[in-house]
Design a protein around this ligand. Structure first.
Ligand code: PRX
Length: 634
């Protein structure tokens, strides 16, 4: 390797051919341009790369901040750009989606085939009474029909609310109730590690208690026997075979600011909140970030290994690759099934060129050693990506050396459900420092500040803030606009800055290093969970009077959950009860939320006003200084 590229000390310099071949703009130049004229920058991009039924009157309307509006007055539908317009070009014959199921079955959809399915399912939804502005909950495994259902909702102007297939009955029920969805799309089950996750059974238990749902559509995936409720439940394939499933159904003309979807995510307090995204800005933001950060070329095979049930999947499996006319790969099951080389064998088989995944997945596969990836030809890869949590040095170097063979730069992208698209991210042409997402995407005005909003010194910890709006930003919390203002815009109200809830540092080159959450959100294996969700699941058990949970750093999963419970009179601590409580949380929220340990205690550290001081619990567990205890009551 030449002296001037690859790892030089602690910095990775991209090879000259990566920079030359990248059809992406020069970072410094385009970032400066964008900062000088933000609406001009996004207006140009929106006009040059997307089709609009009717142009906008104004790119950015900030008179009612923080309720920003983008591309005001424009008419559009994200589906027009993701599917309809491709029917006029050779893209229609290109693979939009290559799918492999965990049992080994394969399916490929060209753009035309995908559009055919989406049109048909869109008219099925219309015939079930779904109209513009209505909500549809989707609760499925990682299969093409999940994507088809989402796209069909968007096409008719209904908002999808996808609930991750790893959530359980109560979590699904809460989300259905909050969104007041009238239709649920699910499947009979999902393959995972050779077993079937009984999604229909879980869905049935939720729908029984969900008054808003009048129809359930069920995709046959596993062929397991499932209970279908007469009049309420319909098989997907039956509906799709009816004449009502019109392959030419029309795409609804939407305002750029009309809602596209809601997606629930955990916050500091209380129940998960429904983050709302819109057709116009989200379309422009997600497609532009994917195009530049992963330098997407027509010959690429893009694999975003996330689940469509999370924002990563919404933005970078479902919408932006289609807008760019790219070819995506989707895999249904577990990375280690039947062996720990499943991912690597598929990269070789399908000629994947870009892999985008989470540090927790890398760490999980690293455990099995280099021999597994070395069994396969990974030379098709040209770029790698990371998302969801800070990537630790060991995982970075394994990913870089063993998977990327020291050829592929790693795009470490920081963003959130709320931001809609990558915010802190390199472009393939910029030098990388392992563990840092480098700087803001062009036009993203990001900084690290102290309590007062003053920029902190070099390498000092502070709050991450975003100082100006961006097109793919969340517009509100569905049904709770006050919470939207409180949660994200109140800390720096005077300055009008967005508070993501992360702490970070900025180094001498302006590179940003994310440290972690400043609130009660815990990232477990990249999944975002609120302490409040797990605690309320614990106290819903008859034995538990009070509960507190904290996140503790873990080598494999980033963090694990540790729970502390005060028992009700008449219950005794035991290993059996501890196991029962863990299972109870699994049942209430989902397996991802299960605490690793449950400790029984007589009291919990609280402030005089009765708030649990999780910080004190955490410091005790980690053997750290307890810090300021002046507000502690006990
Ligand atoms: O703490 C940050 C962390 O994940 C949070 C957002 O979680 P979620 O909304 O589930 O979206 C995850 C996928 C976009 C952030 O507040 N996070 C996300 N990406 C990174 C990260 N932390 C460090 N480095 C990242 N690349």
């Amino acid at each position: 390797m030449a002296e001037n590229h690859g790892m030089v000390g602690d910095v990775y310099f991209p090879a000259p051919e990566i920079i030359e071949q990248a059809h992406i703009p020069n970072y410094e130049k385009v970032h400066a341009e964008a900062m000088a004229d933000l609406p001009g920058f996004w207006g140009r991009i929106a006009a040059e790369n997307f089709e609009w039924y009717q142009p906008w009157e104004k790119v950015l309307d900030d008179h009612n901040a923080p309720f920003y509006k983008w591309f005001v007055g424009a008419k559009v539908n994200i589906i027009h750009n993701a599917l309809d317009r491709h029917m006029r070009t050779s893209v229609r014959n290109k693979a939009a989606l290559i799918f492999e199921g965990e049992p080994g079955d394969m399916r490929t959809y060209t753009y035309q085939q995908l559009n055919y399915e989406v049109c048909k399912f869109a008219s099925v939804l219309r015939s079930l009474g779904v109209a513009k502005g209505d909500r549809v909950t989707i609760y499925m495994g990682r299969i093409p029909e999940l994507m088809i259902a989402m796209l069909a909702c968007a096409k008719i102007g209904a908002m999808h609310s996808v609930v991750y297939g790893g959530f359980s009955t109560e979590a699904l029920l809460d989300r259905i109730n909050d969104s007041q969805s009238e239709v649920l799309v699910t499947c009979d089950g999902a393959w995972l590690r050779g077993n079937i996750v009984p999604l229909k059974e879980i869905a049935n238990a939720a729908v029984e208690r969900a008054d808003s749902i009048h129809s359930v559509v069920c995709v046959k995936r596993t062929g397991e026997d499932v209970e279908m409720v007469p009049d309420r439940d319909h098989w997907y394939h039956d509906l799709m075979a009816l004449p009502i499933a019109d392959p030419h159904s029309a795409t609804e003309v939407m305002d750029a600011e009309d809602p596209l979807f809601i997606l629930y995510t955990s916050g500091t307090t209380g129940k998960p909140k429904a983050i709302l995204h819109t057709h116009g800005g989200y379309m422009v933001g997600t497609a532009t970030t994917l195009k530049w950060v992963f330098d997407m070329k027509p010959e690429d095979v893009w694999w975003c290994a996330a689940d469509p049930g999370w924002i990563t999947g919404h933005s970078y499996i479902v919408y932006s690759p289609l807008i760019l006319g790219a070819t995506s790969f989707m895999y249904e099951g577990a990375p280690t099934h039947p062996n720990p080389d499943r991912w690597w064998s598929m990269i070789a088989q399908y000629g994947i060129t870009i892999l985008y995944t989470a540090p927790t997945a890398i760490r999980g596969l690293m455990r099995f050693g280099e021999n597994w990836p070395n069994l396969h030809d990974l030379s098709s890869l040209r770029l790698l990506g990371s998302v969801g949590e800070p990537i630790n040095p060991a995982a970075w170097s394994w990913y870089y050396r063993v998977i990327g063979k020291e050829r592929c730069p790693i795009m470490d992208t920081w963003w959130q459900t709320e931001t809609g698209n990558f915010m802190i991210t390199p472009l393939p042409s910029v030098p990388l420092k392992p563990g840092s997402g480098t700087r803001g995407f062009p036009g993203v005005d990001i900084d690290v500040v102290d309590e007062e909003g003053e920029p902190v010194g070099v390498n000092e910890e502070g709050y991450l803030v975003i100082k100006r709006p961006w097109p793919a930003m969340l517009r509100t919390i569905f049904g709770d606009p006050d919470r939207y203002v409180r949660q994200y815009w109140s800390r720096y109200e005077e300055q009008g800055w967005y508070l993501p809830g992360d702490s970070a540092k900025k180094d001498e080159d302006g590179y940003i290093w994310i440290i972690g959450r400043i609130d009660d959100v815990i990232k477990v294996s990249g999944y975002r969970l609120g302490t409040a969700e797990v605690e309320s699941a614990l106290v819903s058990h008859a034995a538990v009077a009070e509960a507190a949970v904290i996140g503790i750093p873990d080598q494999l999963r980033g963090n694990i959950i540790k729970a502390f419970c005060i028992l009700r009179d008449g219950f005794e601590p035991s290993d059996k009860l501890s196991a029962e409580l863990r299972d109870h949380v699994g049942h209430e929220v989902g397996p991802i939320a299960k605490p690793t340990t449950v400790d029984f205690v007589d009291e919990l550290p609280k402030t005089r006003s009765g708030k649990i001081m999780r910080r004190v619990l955490k410091a005790k567990v980690l053997g750290e200084e307890l810090g300021d205890l002046s507000t502690l009551a006990n």
